[in-house]
Design a protein around this ligand. Sequence first.
Ligand SMILES: Cc1cc2nc3c(=O)[nH]c(=O)nc-3n(C[C@H](O)[C@H](O)[C@H](O)COP(=O)(O)O)c2cc1C
Length: 175
Amino acid sequence: MMVVSLAGSPSQRSRSGVLLDAAGDWLQRHGVEVVRYAVRDFEPADLIHARFDSPVVQRFAEHVEQADGLLVATPVYKASFAGALKTLLDLLPERALANKAVLPLASGGSAAHMLALDYALKPVLAALKAQEIVDKVPSSQRDQAAVQAAFNQWQAESGRPLCQLSAMLAFTVNH
Ligand SMILES: Cc1cc2nc3c(=O)[nH]c(=O)nc-3n(C[C@H](O)[C@H](O)[C@H](O)COP(=O)(O)O)c2cc1C
């Protein structure tokens, strides 16, 4: 199984990138091949001029086509997702995410703008025909139990106390 991971932040030191790497590392530990991309890997001129024929863009599109899933991370910028990420998603073919599961991740300065995932990024992923968009917000008791189990596993694997793991996670979302 292969998954493409896409870091959508223009920043080199990226909080959303930390979340993305944690998700990618977790998948790798469970036997999934993770092919990692970042918008920063692409020539800005290829993105701004929408160069569908750029070799780097074409290689990215091929990897997405071969992948079983996509991890995509973005910062919240001006109550939406990062524009640089949109310029790259615009270069994917129409049904690029058909038959793929997608996990969108975001970090923002305020929890108030996390809805940007729902009203801005998810419609774009749906337009690319993503089969299933995994919802990360733990709303039900079952979801919360799953989050607790993930924390327990993270604690067992890292040897760090839960309060430290929680502080690390909080740092990534500016809280
Ligand atoms: C240009 C710009 C616009 C931003 N706009 C918002 C915003 O509208 N809402 C918000 O919650 N955070 C906003 N932020 C804060 C970022 O979302 C936050 O710092 C995020 O964690 C950055 O993620 P990154 O480190 O992966 O780039 C903005 C930051 C920048 C640089």
